[in-house]
Every structure is written in C-alpha cells, then in structure tokens.
Design a protein around this ligand. Structure first.
Ligand code: SF4
Length: 529
C-alpha cells in the first residue's frame, strides 16, 4: 500500500478524487468545488480525503460555536413565549422581522453615543450578507432594514408604510441623531457578498459614518424566527424554570409525575423564568390568538382575483378555496377545504407583507393560525383549550430551536413548515385534552413527515412553494393528530427527541443551495415569463 503522505502527489492524483457525488448536490458545482479542493491539496502538499472533499464540496459553512443560538442547545430550555411568538410584517421572520429589529436596535445604540461624536455623523449604511443578500430582495429585506433605521418596530409598523417603500423606492427620510441631521434611503441598504466566512448565514452589519470614517459599527445575525444576536451578544438574565427540561422526555416526565398537562408545565415555567403572573402570561397568549384569527379573517376577505406583490404574479386562492369548500356536499371535504383556505389566507397575508405571527417563522405563518381559527370558529372550543394548545405548541418550537434550528437558511423548509406543522399537531392534541404521550406522538409524526424538505422559494419570494406548503402543513398536522389519537400511544415507535435529532442532522448535511438561497429546486426549475 502506498504511503500517500510521502508519495509525489503530482504522479497520481486518483486517490484524491471524490468519485461519488452526494445525493442532493448539483453535479457541476460539486465537481468544480471538488476540483478546486483537489488542486489546492496538490499545490499545498496536504492530502484531502475523498470524504473530506465531499463534505467541503457540499456542506454549508458551519455556524460559529460562540453564537448564543448554538450555545442555547445546552442546559434547560429558557425561551419564553413573548420571545417566541412575534407579531410583525411578512414575508419572513429572518429576512424581514429580524433585519427590522436589527436596524431599530442599531439606531437606539447610535443615539446613545456622546454628543460630540454624534455631531460628526453623515450617513448610516446597512450591509446584507449571505442568505440575506441572496434572497433579501424577494423578502423586502432592504425595506424592512430602512424601516427599522427610521424608528419603526415590527409589531407596530403600518404595512402601508412598507408598501409605500416598495411603490416609491426613491423616498428619502431625514434622520436626526443628536445635533446631526442627514438623509437615509433604500440606497443606504447594500446587498453585499452572498458567500463568505460568516458566523451565521443571515449576517448583516450596520454602520454610522462620518464621511469615510466609521463612528459606530455592529455585526448582527438574524438567527431565525425573528430572533437576533450580535457580535459579543450575551443573553438577558432569566430565572430558573420551575420544571427544567431540555428534551421532550424530561418535559413529559414533569407532566406525568405531577399529573398535570404539558401546557400547565409550560405555564409554570413561563411564570418562573420571566417572573410573570398567570394573568400576564395568558394576556400575551390571548393577544397572539387574536392576531392569528385576525390574519386568517383579513386574508379570507381579500378579493378572489387579488394578485400578490412580486414578479410571480401569483393570484390569491384563499377566498375561492373557502367558498368552494363551503359549497361542497361532502362534510369531510368541507373540513379539509376550509382548513386549507385558512392556512392560505394567513400565508397570503404574509406574502402581501401584512402583519403575521411567527409560529415559528413568517414563511410558515399560515399553519398555526389555520388550526387556531378552525378550532375556534368550527369546533367552537373554549378559549382556555386554545391557550393550553398554544403553550404546548410553544414547547415543540422551543425544543426544535434548542436542538436544531428554526431558520431555513440553516435547515431548509423542514425547520419552518415542518416545525410549524409539529407545533400545530401539539396544539390540536392539547386542545382536545389528549394525554401527554399523544401530544408528543402527534408532534413527532408531523415533524417526521417534513424531514428533508428543502427551501427554494421561486424568485426569492415567500410565495411559491411557501403559501400552499402552509396548507399542506396544516392538513398534515390534523392527520398527525388523527393518527396519534387513534393508535395505542405507547406503541408509537419514534420519539419526538429522536426526530428533532434527525432534523438537526439533516439540516447540517443539507446542501447549502437548498437553504433559502434560491439557487436550486423550484427556484431553478420554475421559469418566470
Ligand atoms: S420554502 Fe419554506 S422555508 Fe423556504 S421561504 Fe418558503 S416557507 Fe420558508
């Protein structure tokens, strides 16, 4: 056997070649990248194995280990409900709500600079990198970034303001910082490098300039679901949870040992971690329930022939599907049609850039509202059951965030619609008084059947496949509950924690082209004319 460390590498490079193209990897790109890695190894004299070459040719750059979103995977779940469910403008929690929160945060920081430094300010510049740059145009990232700079917050921004930025992109806004006044416009938001050595695929920097000098600069990360971090971020201090858990197994043990529901465990933890009363927790949950029903209602009210913004010229379907469902003579078809219509309605609102709720993200914002609306309007369930369902659904989202990701830029659509469907299955099971094992099984089943789903929005717009995908996610959630509530719960062979592990591993292995870059899949095969 030859010693390849000592052999002349130029003599025979066949041992360096990756022969097998990993599944899901574009052949041409793979071969090109593989060749580059091979050439590098020849030039540097360092041997790169075929397996290492495969990994380097197909995998996305890893997340920086010091990001809080990575660190949070250790220890008990500490996320709270007001961090998780966020109201904001569509279409994307990571590409719209996150960037708006980031630039709003930067404006607040800049305004605290000493007066003599502020007096020199002449401009603010926002640089978008990675996925934010690759697909930001379709998500309105530049408009969201500018809105945050001029002091708009996601929960209260008037969507008409964002629409006006789209319709009149040359608008200029005066910015006052201390004694300095200067103009900001969409030209100050720069779509920068899409590839590079970033800590997170959704990286951006914001700078306060004095001519060519930088007065203040901050690097930020939109880490999914509207959550943001920045270089040097330390999470806010929180109290210990009453029932600490890091896995579904531990969560369910608390519920079963104390003879309370998963929802009650979550309520107790919300109160202890955030130091809130039960009334305060429920007041927030009610606000989110109301926002979810409002988004479905406003989507259903849109005219049948409404055309969504963007180059796809996609016609809305919610009102038509709903109308036809109501006319259907088969009761079961009416149910599926109505549920699909509710999801389409909320998701189309997201496509319009109107207010939606991250559950867990903007792209998946049709799934949970569809079930919430259906359980309230059709099943007429009491409010308390919906509240309990919302808390149990949050537990599912927290665990997926804790051990995997909610960001399509990290994990593809399985991390968005897959998690949303899993949350919705837990909501339905809990609202129907299912025991904790059935809640787990329903959530597991819904997540399991989204594993591997890629993110490839056509033209970078959160419309195709996203809008219909929300309807499928909602129906799958119902199916998952139907199966889980009819099987013998203890015979369910896949536990939720194992499926979350599979989600994390699949996210890690997924080719970066399928992670919200619009470089592959439908984004490539659908030709717009
Ligand atoms: S394909 Fe899925 S993950 Fe990607 S933008 Fe659409 S809904 Fe979000």
């Amino acid at each position: 056997m030859s010693n390849i460390e000592n052999d002349d590498l130029l003599a025979d490079t066949s041992h360096l070649l990756s022969q097998a193209i990993p599944s899901g990897v574009d052949r041409r790109t793979f071969l090109m990248r593989s060749a580059v890695v091979g050439a590098t190894s020849v030039m540097t004299g360092r041997v790169v194995s075929a397996q290492e070459r495969n990994e380097r040719s197909s995998a996305a750059p890893p997340l920086a280990q010091d990001l809080n979103v990575v660190q949070k995977g250790k220890g008990p779940v500490m996320t709270t409900i007001d961090e998780f469910y966020k109201v904001g403008p569509g279409p994307s929690s990571s590409h719209t709500i996150g960037p708006m929160r980031i630039t709003y945060d930067f404006y607040q920081r800049a305004s605290k600079l000493p007066a003599d430094r502020l007096a020199k300010a002449t401009a603010m510049k926002v640089h978008l990198y990675g996925s934010l740059s690759a697909t930001g145009k379709g998500h309105g990232t530049e408009r969201a970034s500018l809105a945050g700079l001029v002091g708009k917050e996601p929960a209260t921004v008037d969507p008409a303001f964002l629409d006006s930025l789209r319709d009149k992109p040359d608008q200029v806004f005066p910015m006052k910082l201390g004694s300095a006044t200067f103009d900001v416009s969409l030209k100050d938001v720069i779509y920068d490098a899409t590839k590079g050595d970033f800590k997170h695929p959704n990286t951006m920097t914001v700078k306060l300039m004095a001519g060519n000098d930088v007065l203040l600069e901050q690097e930020y990360y939109s880490v999914g679901g509207g959550f943001i971090e920045w270089k040097g971020y330390t999470p806010p201090k929180k109290n210990a949870p009453k029932y600490p858990f890091a896995t579904m197994k531990e969560l369910r043990a608390h519920a079963d040992n104390n003879k309370i529901s998963i929802a009650k465990v979550m309520l107790a933890n919300e109160m202890s971690i955030a130091g809130r009363t039960e009334e305060e927790v429920y007041a927030f949950v009610d606000k989110i329930i109301n926002a979810m029903t409002a988004t479905v209602k406003s989507g259903l009210k849109m005219p049948e022939d409404d055309v969504l913004p963007g180059p796809i010229k996609l016609h809305s379907k919610a009102a038509t599907v709903y109308k036809r469902a109501m006319d259907d003579s088969y009761q079961s078809d009416r149910g599926i049609g109505a549920l699909s219509a509710y999801a389409l309605a909320a998701s189309e609102e997201n496509g319009r850039g109107h207010l939606v709720i991250t559950a867990p993200t903007g792209g998946s914002a049709g799934v949970m509202p569809a079930l919430v609306y259906g359980l309230i309007e059709n099943r007429k369930l009491p409010l308390q059951k919906i509240r309990d369902g919302m808390l149990a659904a949050a537990a599912i989202g927290y665990l997926c965030k804790h051990h995997a990701t909610l960001s399509a830029a990290e994990g593809g659509c399985q991390a968005e619609i897959g998690v949303a469907s899993s949350m919705a299955a837990a909501l339905v099971a809990t609202a129907n008084d299912a025991e904790s094992r059935v809640v787990e099984n329903a959530a597991e089943s819904a997540l399991e059947h989204h594993l591997g789903m890629t993110c490839d929005p056509v033209a970078g717009y959160v419309q195709v496949p996203c809008i219909e995908r929300c309807a499928f996610g909602a129906v799958k959630a119902w199916t998952a509950y139907a199966i889980a509530s009819n099987e013998i719960a203890s015979r369910h062979r896949v536990d939720f924690d194992a499926t979350v592990q599979a989600l994390a591993q699949t996210a890690k292995d997924m080719n970066s082209k399928y992670k919200e870059t619009s470089e592959a899949g439908l984004a490539l095969s659908v030709v717009l004319c």
